[in-house]
Write a protein that binds this ligand. Structure first.
Ligand code: DGY
Length: 328
């Protein structure tokens, strides 16, 4: 399919773009900003393949314009920005980028754990704003991470890497998941518990589950009430998994000690969001996978999915493989 038209919604590392260049006619949204919706709706009308980011909504409205579209490669492991059944119904393949960002994201989760426990955001602000007067025995006292209890909601690939890191910090690791993860139990000593027990016993609760209708506001006031007042919540999954208003109240009222968020609802978080007034909430701009090597691997894997598909091969990481099986 050498006449294939490919559209990419963001500038990408050269390795990914040159791979796509060899597969057909490539167009890229050049500005370093999210592609405006009306531009995307126009661009999809003539294309066969779309490489997009989590910032693009791939829904019925868009698909109704995209008469030639055969493959959408989402440059992310999560794909809650895509209406998967709508693609599948039309026989359009969706691919994501699992595996390549696992360790980098686990590093960031651990950064969040350490960052909120040791009040890094607050402390850095004091220095930067010229408000640091002297060393003091009581300044910026935080909580120890070593030997604390980590509670992991879920226990997927990234969580396994988080648990591995926790082991290095002599942490006790609990997990609450639909099924048992024997490997995590045997190799890493993770202990299966139910959701309320995990909330009650953990010093740090991390959540890395996908965003679905079941996990939206999985953490809200009733869950915060179960947590220790000295505990911290870490969210590096998707913003809407945490009820952000309830989190604000829990942090303000001391139901829990702090939170560290790599994701918010919405993104970017509005400047007047009350969470931004709290010192016990560390907030990052969705950078879980943001290392040079990992973003290059993600872009390349997304491009490889398109390249394989357009040359008649099976894309390496399909989300809805049933579409490919239909074609076979
Ligand atoms: C993912 O891969 O789902 C991330 O959240 C995007 O970096």
């Amino acid at each position: 399919m050498s006449s294939a038209k490919i559209y990419v919604t963001r500038q990408l590392p050269e390795a990914a773009l040159s791979l796509l260049n060899g597969c057909g006619e490539l167009r890229v949204w050049e500005p370093d900003e999210v592609i405006p919706r009306d531009v995307l709706l126009r661009e999809v009308q003539e294309i066969d393949a779309l490489l997009c980011m989590v910032t693009e909504r791939i829904d019925e409205e868009l698909l109704a314009q995209a008469h030639r579209l055969r493959i959408v490669a989402n440059m992310a492991v999560g794909y809650d920005n895509v209406e998967v059944p709508a693609l599948t119904r039309r026989g359009i393949v969706l691919t994501n980028t699992p595996g390549v960002l696992t360790e980098t994201t686990a590093d960031l989760v651990f950064t969040l754990i350490l960052g909120c426990a040791r009040r890094i955001g607050e402390a850095e602000r004091i220095v930067r704003e010229g408000r640091w007067r002297s060393w003091s025995p009581f300044a910026f006292l935080g909580r120890d991470v070593h030997h604390a209890t980590l509670g992991i909601l879920g226990l997927g690939r990234i969580d396994m890497e988080v648990a591995k890191r926790a082991k290095g910090f002599d942490m006790r690791v609990l997990y609450a998941n639909r099924g048992r993860n024997r490997e995590a139990e045997e190799k890493l000593g993770c202990v299966p518990v139910d959701f309320p027990t995990l909330l009650r016993e953990s010093d740090f609760v991390t959540v890395l589950v996908p965003l679905t209708s079941d996990t939206r506001h999985l953490l809200s006031t009733p869950q915060f009430k179960l947590m220790k007042p000295t505990a911290f919540l870490i969210n590096a999954a998707r913003g809407p998994i945490v009820d952000q208003r309830a989190l604000y109240e829990a942090l303000r009222d001391g139901l829990i000690a702090g939170a560290a968020l790599d994701v918010t609802d919405p993104e970017p978080i509005p400047q007047d969001d009350p969470l931004l007034t709290l010192d016990n909430c560390l907030i990052l701009p969705h950078i879980g996978s943001a290392s040079i090597a990992t973003r290059t691997r993600m872009a390349t894997l997304a491009a490889e999915n398109i390249a394989a598909f357009l040359s008649g091969n099976r894309p390496p990481t399909p989300v809805n493989p049933e579409v490919l099986n239909q074609d076979a």
